[in-house]
Design a protein. Structure first.
Length: 141
């Protein structure tokens, strides 16, 4: 593991379940309950730039991947959290990164993942013809 990977492991401690490096990318897996502290460390302490959050439904759970550009190091850091299908809630990171508000709204509308503490968690795309509880990126629409 590189010095940068070891630094991340030291800075985040037990919040890292797994850390893997492939070329210029660093992949971290964390628990959903730790996402705010992990994001705060990467964004504020390391000075990495927020790129986006991607979300998808897997066979047994949902996953969110938070992507950051660590420009100073020439790296991309991706943090994956898994959500149980029976509890599709996670803390918002919009209190730390204002620019995350829109992607969280989009994920909420398309996948039905609720972001606790979000200041304006309403539909972003505004598809009035969607029925209640319809999330177009879910397997069972």
């Amino acid at each position: 593991m590189s010095e940068r990977g070891e630094g991340l492991r030291q800075g985040l401690g037990e919040r890292i379940l797994k850390l893997r490096e492939l070329g210029s990318r660093i992949y971290i897996e964390a628990l959903s309950r730790d996402i705010k502290e992990v994001v705060r460390y990467i964004f504020q302490d390391l000075g990495a730039r927020f790129i986006t959050v991607s979300g998808m439904e897997k066979e047994k759970d949902f996953e969110l991947i938070y992507h950051f550009a660590w420009d100073r190091e020439g790296r991309v850091i991706s943090v994956r959290v898994r959500l149980d299908k029976d509890n599709l809630e996670i803390e918002t990171i919009s209190e730390i990164i204002k620019g995350a508000e829109f992607i969280e709204r989009e994920i909420y509308e398309l996948l039905g993942i609720a972001f606790k503490g979000h200041p304006n968690l309403r539909p972003l795309l505004g598809m009035e013809n969607w029925r209640e509880g319809f999330y177009p990126l879910r397997r069972n629409k």
